[in-house]
Design a protein around this ligand. Structure first.
Ligand SMILES: *Cc1c(COP(=O)(O)O)cnc(C)c1O
Length: 219
């Protein structure tokens, strides 16, 4: 699996370029989601020159990435998993982009951490685009107010992020997220995973989050 990741990276990149062109959009940034994978599995992509990675847990990222970062300058690390407020300071210290801002308590914790550290990672507002129970993200109707809350707290919100309902056609959810972003005046869209990154690219994703299509299935 490991040595295959480099050829998969080339394939996925070409597919993204093609799909984005069809939709008349810029090619999205490919976030290689390396959660659960160890440094040896990640290294071939770094050796091949890839620098944008995603993790879903602060602690796991803190264990893996400081060494990799030191060895491969220019890494851009994205937090794509739900964030507890008590880990906000660690997240601000570790990540360059945070995709999962979704509630006032977290906004307050992130703002405090950013004010203290002087580091301001770009943030996405996560939207519960399928209106699912148990799913992260703010309700669609709450998004404008949440954006306002985040902005007045000083968070640099650059776009919207969502995970569509599992097992359904993702395209209408991606289109809905894109429409929301347009209406809110936000330029960036974090949407699309291994199952649907091409559709997401066609519909204007600026960032796709791809794990298993690069690294193989997770244990
Ligand atoms: C794990 C994860 C991904 C990547 O999933 P794959 O299906 O392996 O591509 C993308 N986004 C989020 C939020 C994730 O947790």
């Amino acid at each position: 699996m490991t040595d295959d990741s480099v050829s998969r990276l080339a394939t996925v990149s070409a597919q993204l370029q093609h799909a984005a062109k069809l939709g008349q959009h810029a090619t999205p940034t490919l976030i290689a989601v390396s959660k659960t994978h160890d440094a040896d599995t990640i290294r071939p992509l770094l050796e091949a020159g890839h620098r944008v990675f995603g993790e879903n847990r602060v602690q796991e990222a803190a264990a893996k990435w400081p060494d990799l970062r030191a060895a491969y300058p220019g890494v851009e690390l994205h937090l794509i998993g739900q964030l507890q407020s008590n880990k906000a300071a660690d997240a601000v210290a570790l990540f360059d982009v945070i995709h999962t801002v979704d509630r006032p308590s977290l906004i307050a914790a992130l703002a405090e951490a950013m004010d203290k550290s002087g580091k301001r990672p770009d943030c996405f507002l996560q939207v519960n685009i399928g209106d699912e129970e148990q799913k992260g993200g703010c309700a669609i109707a709450e998004a404008p107010a949440m954006l306002e809350t985040a902005r007045s707290a000083g968070l640099p919100i650059i776009g919207l992020m969502a995970i569509p309902p599992h097992g359904l056609d993702a395209a209408p959810y991606f289109a809905l997220l894109a429409k929301m972003a347009r209406e809110l005046g936000l330029a960036k869209l974090s949407m699309g995973m291994s199952e649907d990154y091409e559709v997401a690219a066609m519909l204007g994703a600026s960032h796709v989050r791809v794990g298993s299509a690069l690294f193989g299935a997770r244990a």
